[in-house]
Ligand binder design. Sequence first.
Ligand SMILES: NC(=O)c1ccc[n+]([C@@H]2O[C@H](COP(=O)([O-])OP(=O)(O)OC[C@H]3O[C@@H](n4cnc5c(N)ncnc54)[C@H](O)[C@@H]3O)[C@@H](O)[C@H]2O)c1
Length: 200
Amino acid sequence: MNLDAVRTVAVVGAGTMGNGIAHVFARCGYRVILRDVERRFLDRALETISKNLDREIKKGMPVMVLVEVIRALQTSDTTFETTMKLCEKLEKKPVAVADSPGFVSNRVLMPLINEAAFCVMEGVAAPEAVDAVMKLGMNHPMGPLELADFIGLDVCLDVMEVLFEGFGDPKFRPCPLLKKMVAAGWLGKKSGRGFYTYLR
Ligand SMILES: NC(=O)c1ccc[n+]([C@@H]2O[C@H](COP(=O)([O-])OP(=O)(O)OC[C@H]3O[C@@H](n4cnc5c(N)ncnc54)[C@H](O)[C@@H]3O)[C@@H](O)[C@H]2O)c1
């Protein structure tokens, strides 16, 4: 398909990713069809999009430029090239990655978060200390445990399970502390408690 022929995009799922993707396309003048399983999820997404548009106009929003483009075995050259060009048209930076558990982003990031959780579990350091080492010593903008709370500990655990099952390699074993915290409902920022506590 030719890039100029793309005028309408369909976004399936109006959650965290879906509302952001719909937002980016709509802002660039595309007609967007957003689908979800229940009306209330669409209402919530529309509310988020209008709030974010408002904030973007007033303050400018920090946005991620990366699009990790996953090329599966059955992806044609035309689909792949059109997708790469479409990302550039949206002023994003597409990076082509093969289809493999966790791709690059989750395969590199989540074991870092998981290992940080092991450090806390084994009493090597408190969450504040782990995050301080990574921020002050490695110039990471956020510590791994702050980031884990922000992403959601349930999401981090799900990704570790996908990596563990996908590779069958013990190096991806989810940290037992992470499992316990998720079972206790300590999911990070969204639940008010994770490695840190949050006022709600
Ligand atoms: N959140 C992230 O940072 C991130 C980053 C990269 C990739 N992803 C991937 O993107 C996908 C979505 O993640 P998310 O964080 O937006 O999840 P989310 O749970 O916030 O949203 C998913 C939405 O999809 C809807 N949905 C489920 N089944 C559907 C169906 N059959 N038809 C239509 N809608 C359906 C759900 O009701 C929900 O609103 C996941 O596969 C995730 O792994 C997420």
